[in-house]
Design a protein around this ligand. Sequence first.
Ligand code: TYC
Length: 112
Amino acid sequence: MTAWNVTMSDEREGDDDASVVVETRTKTKRPPLYKVLLLNDDYTPMEFVVHVLERFFGMNHAQAFEVMLTVHKKGVAVVGVFSHEIAETKVAQVMDFARRHQHPLQCTMEKE
Ligand code: TYC
């Protein structure tokens, strides 16, 4: 997105009317987005992964089961895309929940 700031400048001494309109371009960058990835492993129960996807990623049971199966078969899947802060929170929540239940489930994030 490009915004244009209009600035009055250059009212120089001696000039009768040297007012000049200067346009300075302000580049407004969108904040970067981050993919949250869930990784497969051989030990975390499928039902636990489905529960994680329902609990932390707002999926219904059918969506969660489908995404879990994708991770199981392909090794990894994107489970959501968020701002840096939200992505970090999701990863921390999943890692903490898995650790507390003694499952080796891994969740990471990467810039989109
Ligand atoms: N592969 C696991 C099993 O067979 C299930 C699983 C799915 C584990 C997705 C992690 O992110 C995962 N019990």
